[in-house]
Design a protein around this ligand. Sequence first.
Ligand code: FAD
Length: 456
Amino acid sequence: MTQHPAAEPSHPESPTVLDHDVVIVGAGFAGLYAAKKLGRAGVDVLLLDQNPYHQFQPLLYQAATSQIAISTVARPLREILRGERDHVKIRTARVADVDATTKTVTTEDGLVYRGKILVIAVGTEPNFFNTPGARELAYPLYSVDDATSLSSAMLGALERAAATQEAGGERRPFGVAVVGAGPTGVETAGAIAENINAVVSEQYSPDFAASINVHLIDMGDTVLPPFSKQSQKYTRRSLQDLGIIIHLGAAVASVTENGVTLADDTTIPAGIVVWTAGLKASGLLGAAGLPTGRGGRVDVRPDLTVPDFPGVYVLGDAANIVDAKGRTLPQLGSVAKQSGQWAADNIQAELAGQAPTPFGYRDLGFMAMIGRGHAVAEVTPRRFQINGLLAFLSWLAVHLVLLSGMQQRIAALVSWFRDYLTTSRPQVVVYQPQQYARTRQRGTTADRSTTGVNND
Ligand SMILES: Cc1cc2nc3c(=O)[nH]c(=O)nc-3n(C[C@H](O)[C@H](O)[C@H](O)COP(=O)(O)OP(=O)(O)OC[C@H]3O[C@@H](n4cnc5c(N)ncnc54)[C@H](O)[C@@H]3O)c2cc1C
């Protein structure tokens, strides 16, 4: 494939445009696997991401609860793509603007890149649904930054509560509220409860641990809405066994310094509120003039290209992708990864003057971890249901395979073994109250949207 990272002399006032065969924005599952496959085939690719690392979202909740180290969920892109470095150029920059008609992107530092093919794989961002106080006070769990902030805040809150109790101060119940009972909320609430029951109980005191309540709140009438009734029942029972107080049919009206207020004026006291109630498409997509549909995502053709924008692909969570039966696929790591790999094949066909083919998704099902020895899984397109220890082991195996990097896999395996067999979580090393305060002032992942406005 021809390489032509040539600088184009244009109008003296206008910025230099840097050309590549393929420009990919976003190095999540979709963008990364597209770049890797194209690089292996010798295609000239520029991969742009705001971070110099690939973040493994499915294990962020474990990083936030100190089960595994941050280095297990964030792997440097230059390390992952070192075998493809002759063909895949990496640039760490935040894309501020996309022009899908000319297939150019402009980074915040003013550089302009143009591809014969443009791939947009920017994922999603937290949706606070304009809930008062949520953006400012609740912790989303979408990025490594979010996991670090939550971990630091949990540690700070525990230390403050323990000091207050020791000083004979008011013994107010210290609560943690997780808003959203989908897979991320269930996994996070389960991990926090286990942390309190096992680790806090041992490292602080059983009495102190017993004074901490973990709440799981959702406006819907069930936990894990996409799962079967049997899985939901099992999950609910397992969460309650961990001591989690479940509030269903409970709409959050506001988040305050003291916790969560529900629509019926009930207050749930919580020093920490974790927000896993929803995601929305990146503001970059609408601003680029791309045709957006459900969830603000781009409705792509079956071959993953965008109607009326030849040579533009939108992949992974940023797209509404349909399967062969016309059903919209869920926002899952497996969909993103496979869409990236499929798009790489279509892009090679397109560059060779051939027609792209419709995406064929290999449906592996879905699963959710609840806690030590407990998980639910519905596997294959027939949704074969398993729960308990077998689902727990399957979850570990699937995530081990999905995780990028041998060192990361070994580190995760060691951490899981230690976590299963002991009550030790030595990863509790992120304690940066100053850094944390700055992060909250600057805003969350969502606040750093390209439009620069609150677009809940
Ligand atoms: C907490 C959590 C747990 C999950 N658990 C599971 C699970 O167990 N199993 C499963 O299958 N799926 C899970 N998912 C879903 C899965 O992680 C996503 O479907 C998948 O990551 C989507 O991949 P993507 O490449 O489309 O987007 P992302 O992985 O979100 O990647 C988008 C990339 O784009 C970059 N980016 C965004 N905007 C810009 C910009 N303006 N400029 C430059 N770069 C930008 C980001 O830095 C990021 O690297 C989970 C998601 C979350 C949030």
